[in-house]
Design a protein around this ligand. Structure first.
Ligand code: ADP
Ligand code: MG
Length: 392
């Protein structure tokens, strides 16, 4: 089973439906961050250059099946036209006679942008009739919306059955697979993973899957305290996921058995309140009445030392409450270490990526995953439904 890539598919003169992820933040009709539009450009440019009749489709926000003026794709069409320097035809629907007519009138290299897929609740319900209607306008199906591949929706799964061989992945999906699948499945060593974030329960699948692969596992963030507790350390007022203590012990044991170097925080920045103006240093455990809100300088040094010797570093999850100034040193320190490292560096997860962007280091990271939830599910070793249907 393989997934074909757009370059291998005859799209010349063909009505080519490309599922993109244009789910960008929009405030008062203005796009505040066009990263996702930029991320789709390679595929759209390629299709235009080869003379495909390009039909772009995306969701935006959560209109829950109701048409909403503020969630129309119009500003995105305008931005795309600027970036591509081509005219974009914007449809006011994503299915129906109007769309069919527009798609039939396309000339080679034209670009049609369909209206927000989620104006129909049938999109997220993966309704078969809606999926059939979406498929009607096209002869080729391409998915380049990596961030939606973990969803079984009409535009990512349902409609694809109408395309037997004439289906495949775009450049963005290929790049994500290159790093998240190819690089991480047969990694150069040492392979170091840094995991942080809010909850152990969110990341158990990822940790367990990574325990099959990594040489070094560095754990920080709120989730580290559940692991510390499992080791019998005092964790003060840190919220512990009591129902995850067994899994936490298991993780520690598995790491020992497999000779994986598992490093938990050995010093911390603490405060009695996450809104504190400054943190206090704490060694080893968390003092009574305190919350651990960032890793301390000694732990950061240990993490940086491991990153320096790594050939591959994967990072998911901030190691502190980086949204608050007194508790961002750990997370930003790791971002700098990754940026300076010669290793292949991969960052996944919405908040971790936001942290890297916030300090302007994204360019220095080998791969910033656009996936969010999709990247996490992928790293858990799950089959992504949107990928499975592309296999031929
Ligand atoms: P990602 O989106 O990168 O996968 P998560 O969503 O799992 O990351 O976690 C991000 C959140 O974890 C951030 O909002 C951050 O403030 C929080 N966090 C990290 N460390 C701590 C901590 N020690 N205490 C409380 N919250 C923390
Ligand atoms: Mg998050």
């Amino acid at each position: 089973m393989t997934i074909r890539f757009i370059e291998e598919i005859p799209i010349e003169g063909k009505r080519t439906f490309i599922r993109v992820d244009f789910n960008v933040p929009i405030t008062n009709g203005r796009i505040t961050d066009d990263t996702r539009v930029q991320a789709a450009l390679a595929t759209v440019r390629h299709a235009v250059a080869r003379g495909a009749k390009v039909i772009l489709a995306s969701h935006l926000g959560r209109p829950k099946g109701v048409r909403s003026e503020s969630l129309r794709l119009e500003p995105i069409g305008a931005r795309l036209a600027e970036l591509l320097e081509v005219e974009i035809v914007a449809a006011d629907d994503c299915i129906g006679d109007g769309v069919r007519k527009l798609s039939q009138d396309l000339r080679d290299g034209d670009v049609l942008l369909l209206e927000n897929l989620r104006f129909y609740k049938e999109e997220t319900e993966n309704d078969p009739i809606f999926a059939d209607k979406l498929a009607q306008c096209a002869e080729v199906y391409i998915n380049d919306a990596f961030g939606t591949l973990h969803r079984s929706h009409a535009s990512t799964v349902g409609m694809v059955k109408h395309f037997k061989n004439n289906k495949g992945a775009g450049y963005l999906v290929r790049k994500e697979l290159k790093f998240l699948r190819d690089t991480l499945s047969n990694p150069d060593r040492p392979f170091v993973a840094i995991l942080g974030g809010a909850k152990v329960s969110d990341k158990i699948g990822v940790i367990q899957n990574l325990l099959n692969k990594v040489d070094v596992l560095l754990i920080g963030g709120a989730m580290a305290y559940t692991l510390m507790k499992a080791k019998g350390l005092d964790v003060g007022n840190c919220p512990i996921e009591v129902d995850r203590l067994r899994v936490a012990s298991q993780i520690i044991k598995t790491a020992e058995e497999r000779n994986i170097k598992l490093i938990l925080p050995e010093d911390h920045q603490v405060a009695s309140d996450p809104n504190a103006q400054e943190g206090q240093a704490a060694e080893v455990s968390i003092p009574a009445g305190m919350l651990g809100l960032d890793i301390g300088p000694k732990t950061l040094e240990m993490f940086i030392e491991e990153i320096k010797h790594a050939r591959i570093v994967f990072w998911n999850g901030p190691v502190g409450v980086f949204e608050k100034k007194p508790f961002q040193k750990g997370t930003f320190g790791i971002a700098h270490a990754l940026a300076e490292s010669k290793a292949i560096s991969i960052v996944g997860g919405g908040d971790s990526v936001a942290a890297v962007n916030q300090i302007g280091l994204a360019e220095k990271i080998s791969h910033i995953s656009t996936g969010g939830g999709a990247s996490i599910e992928f790293l858990e070793g799950k089959t992504l439904p949107g990928l499975a249907v592309l296999e031929v």
